[in-house]
Design a protein around this ligand. Structure first.
Ligand code: BJW
Ligand code: ZN
Length: 241
C-alpha cells in the first residue's frame, strides 16, 4: 500500500440500501404518499411539524432493525489501516458507519440519533420519538427538532471537509446520486485522483476520472482490498477534461 495516501470517502444513501434503508430517489420512495424531498425541508416543518417529526421518528426507529453491511465494514477496515489518513464524509443520517467500527465519520447532513433544541441550541443524543414533544433535557422547552440539515440550511463542518479535500490524494464517492449540493461539488474541490462507485452512473459520473458500477457490498470491499494490497485501482489521477 502506498504510504501517505490520504483518502476522503463521500457516502450517500446507496451504501445503506443493502442494509434495508431506502434511498431518497428510488422508484417507490413515497412515504405516506409524500415525496421525502418535500418532507425534508424547513417549510414542511413550519407547515406541519407533526408530519415531519413522524417521518424522522419512523426512520430513527428503523435504525434498530438494520445492520451495517459489507461496504460499511470494508471502510472500517480501511480506517483501521490508514488511521487519520482516511476521512469518511457521509450525507447519511444513519449510524451504520459508526456501528461498523468507523470512528472518523463526518455527518454533513446531521444524525437521526441527535435532537436539537431550537430554544437553547443544545444538541442531545436521542433514540426515542420526538413527535410527542418531550422537554429538552437542558432547558425544559418542548422545542426539540431532528438534528438534520434540510434544504436551504448549512451543512455541518464544511471547513473540515474543504480542508480534507484540498489535501487528499484520492476522493471516492459511494452510492450518491450527485444531485444535492454542496456534496455534488466535492469532486471539483478534491485535489487528487477521483473514483465513483455506484449502482449506476450518477448525475456527475463524468466528473470522475474513474467510475465503477455495481452494488456497494461488492464494489467497496473489492476497492478496499486493492488499496490494502497496493494493487491498481486507487482511482486514476485526474486527467484533462
Ligand atoms: C447504490 C445502491 C447500491 C442505490 N450500491 N449504490 C440550484 C442549484 C444548485 C444548488 C441548489 C439549487 N437550489 C438549491 C440548491 C442547494 C440545495 C440543493 O442541492 N438542491 C438540489 C435539489 C438542487 N442544497 C442545500 O440546500 C444544502 N445546503 C446548502 O447548499 O447550503 C448553502 C451552502 C452550503 C455550503 C457552502 C455554502 C453554502 C442542504 C442540503 C440538505 C440535504 N438534505 C437531505 C435530507 C436530510 C437528510 C435526511 O432526511 O436523511 O439529505 S436531501 C437528501 O439528499 C438527503 C441526502 O443526504 C441527500 C443526497 O441523497 P443521496 O444520498 O445521494 O441519495 P439518492 O437517493 O439521491 O441517491 C442514491 C444513490 O445510490 C443513487 O445514485 C443510486 O444509484 C445509488 N444506489 N443502491 C451502490 N446497492
Ligand atoms: Zn433546550
Amino acid at each position: 500500500m502506498a504510504r501517505h495516501t490520504r483518502i476522503v470517502v463521500l457516502t450517500g444513501a446507496g451504501i445503506s440500501a443493502e442494509s434495508g434503508l431506502p434511498t431518497f430517489r428510488d422508484a417507490n420512495g413515497l412515504w405516506e404518499g409524500h415525496d421525502p424531498m418535500q418532507v425534508a425541508t424547513p417549510e414542511a416543518y413550519a407547515d406541519d411539524p407533526d408530519l415531519v417529526q413522524r417521518f424522522y421518528d419512523e426512520r430513527r426507529a428503523a435504525l434498530s432493525r438494520v445492520e451495517p453491511n459489507a461496504a460499511h465494514r470494508a471502510l472500517a477496515r480501511l480506517e483501521a489501516e490508514l488511521g487519520d489518513d482516511l476521512l469518511v464524509v457521509t450525507q447519511n443520517v444513519d449510524d451504520l458507519h459508526e456501528r461498523a467500527g468507523s470512528r472518523r465519520v463526518h455527518h454533513v447532513h446531521g444524525r437521526l440519533r441527535s435532537a436539537w433544541c431550537t430554544t437553547c441550541d443544545e444538541r442531545h443524543d436521542w433514540s426515542g420519538p420526538l413527535a410527542d414533544r418531550p422537554p429538552c433535557p437542558a432547558c425544559g422547552a418542548a422545542t426539540l427538532r431532528p438534528d438534520i440539515v434540510w434544504f436551504g440550511e448549512l451543512p455541518y463542518g464544511m471547513d473540515v471537509v474543504e480542508e480534507a479535500l484540498e489535501h487528499c490524494d484520492l476522493f471516492v464517492s459511494i452510492g450518491t446520486s450527485g444531485l444535492v449540493y454542496p456534496a455534488a461539488a466535492f469532486v471539483h474541490w478534491a485535489r487528487g485522483a477521483t473514483l465513483e462507485l455506484n449502482l449506476e452512473p450518477s448525475a456527475g459520473a463524468t466528473d470522475f476520472a474513474e467510475s465503477r458500477t455495481g452494488p456497494a457490498t461488492r464494489l467497496v470491499p473489492a476497492w478496499v482490498g486493492e488499496v490494502l494490497t497496493g494493487s491498481s485501482g486507487r482511482g486514476r489521477a485526474r486527467g484533462p477534461r
